[in-house]
Design a binder for this molecule. Structure first.
Ligand SMILES: [Zn+2]
Ligand SMILES: [Zn+2]
Length: 398
């Protein structure tokens, strides 16, 4: 059975009728409230003036709400202000921090600069110190240069002194050699005199020309130091160009009088005696010659420097002796020069005595040995007031 069948079925059911009077009975049973009393009561209540509170309650509520709102707004705005303030503070602090940071950076920079400055100051002080040292060194260098220059000067002076002394000594040696050759000449001439006398009753000729046949060589009539006569032949000799001068041609000038002077060298002062010997010229000799009646005689005495010669063959020995003396004097002069240089360089006082080591430094090349006297004498250096001396007599520089 479906819904439609059910509905049709229901439509076919018979209609029912309500009992009479039910409706009225039901209506009578309904009890309605007395509307009149209630309305009166309502009217009285409405007519009574409402209480103050009730009247103003909405306004008060609104005011309260408004106030609350205002308070809330005030509080909030206050909070906002406070926050703003805090924010501003914080911002200010942040700014301050930034500026502090900057200041700090500045301080750091300044500190660094200060350190740099300190370093520079130290560097500067160091520089000043170095400059001072350099100046000092420069002064020392100047001193050294001065000393070097002084040394050079001294060396030059020493050299020139040495050269001068060498010159002097070579001059002296030359003069000595000429003097010796002169003595040798005179010895040969003296021999010629004696040979001539042998043939002529032991008498000596009154001049040199008379015995030319005995002389052999015209050169021996020439003193080697004689520059005033220009002789190159017998003819010149015959013309009177003879260095030697005939002395004591009068009586008594013969071989019996060995102390009588036969002839002399006016240049050297040497004299040849009648015995054929030759005495070297000297102050002693000059003081011991005596002229009487045209005869010159050598007074008795010992000539400290006889020059010759009783033995004509001793010529070379004399030569050696003179050369040795000259050599020795030369040594002494060099030693003296070295002594003076030493004194100057070492700033010595006159009483100081150098050692050989001191002197050798200024004497010739390095490591050279001390000069020796060729005659075997010993040198003594002496103090600066006295020249060095040789132990051989006659080896004394004047
Ligand atoms: Zn002479
Ligand atoms: Zn000597």
């Amino acid at each position: 059975m479906n819904d439609e069948q059910i509905e049709n079925l229901l439509h076919k059911a018979p209609a029912l009728k309500a009992p009479a009077g039910l409706e009225e009975k039901l209506k009578a049973d309904i009890r309605l409230p007395q509307a009149n009393t209630n309305a009166r009561a309502d009217q009285t209540a409405w007519r009574r003036p409402p209480s103050w509170t009730r009247r103003w309650l909405p306004a008060l509520s609104f005011a309260a709400i408004l106030l609350t709102c205002l308070v809330a707004i005030g509080v909030q705005s206050n909070l906002l202000t406070e926050l703003k303030q805090q924010n501003a503070d914080l911002r200010a602090k942040a700014q301050k921090l930034e500026s502090l940071r900057l200041t700090n950076a500045d301080v750091q920079r300044l500190r660094n600069e200060n350190q740099e400055l300190d370093r520079l100051r130290k560097d500067n002080a160091e520089l000043q110190r170095l400059r001072g040292e350099v100046a000092q060194l420069g002064a020392q260098l100047q001193g050294i240069q001065n000393l070097r220059a002084e040394n050079q000067q001294l060396k030059a002076r020493n050299l020139s002194a040495r050269a001068a002394s060498a010159d002097t000594s070579s001059d002296a040696a030359n003069a000595e050699a000429e003097s010796i050759r002169c003595i040798n000449n005179m010895k040969q001439v003296g021999l010629a005199f004696r040979m001539w006398a042998n043939d002529n009753n032991d008498l000596y000729p009154k001049d040199f020309i008379s015995m030319t046949n005995e002389l052999g060589n015209w050169r021996i009539l020439q003193c080697p130091s004689d520059k005033s006569h220009n002789v190159s032949s017998w003819a010149d000799v015959a013309a009177g160009n003879i260095s030697y001068r005939r002395v004591s041609s009068g009586p008594g000038a013969d071989e019996q009088h060995p102390n009588v002077v036969l002839f002399e060298c006016p240049i050297h002062g040497h004299v040849a005696l009648c015995d054929g010997s030759v005495q070297a010229g000297s102050a002693w000799l000059k003081a011991h010659l005596k002229v009487s009646n045209g005869v010159t005689t050598l007074l008795s005495g010992t000539n400290p420097d006889p020059g010759d010669a009783t033995n004509p063959a001793s010529g070379s020995a004399v030569d050696d002796k003179a050369a040795q003396t000259a050599q020795c004097l030369n040594n002494l002069r060099q030693i003296d020069g070295a002594k003076q240089t030493w004194a100057l360089e070492m700033k010595k006082s006159p009483n100081d005595v150098p050692t050989w080591q001191d002197v050798l430094r200024y004497l010739g090349p390095p490591n050279s040995s001390a000069p020796r006297c060729p005659s075997g004498g010993t040198y003594q250096l002496n103090d600066l007031n006295h020249p060095p001396t040789c132990s051989i007599p006659g080896h004394q520089s004047n």
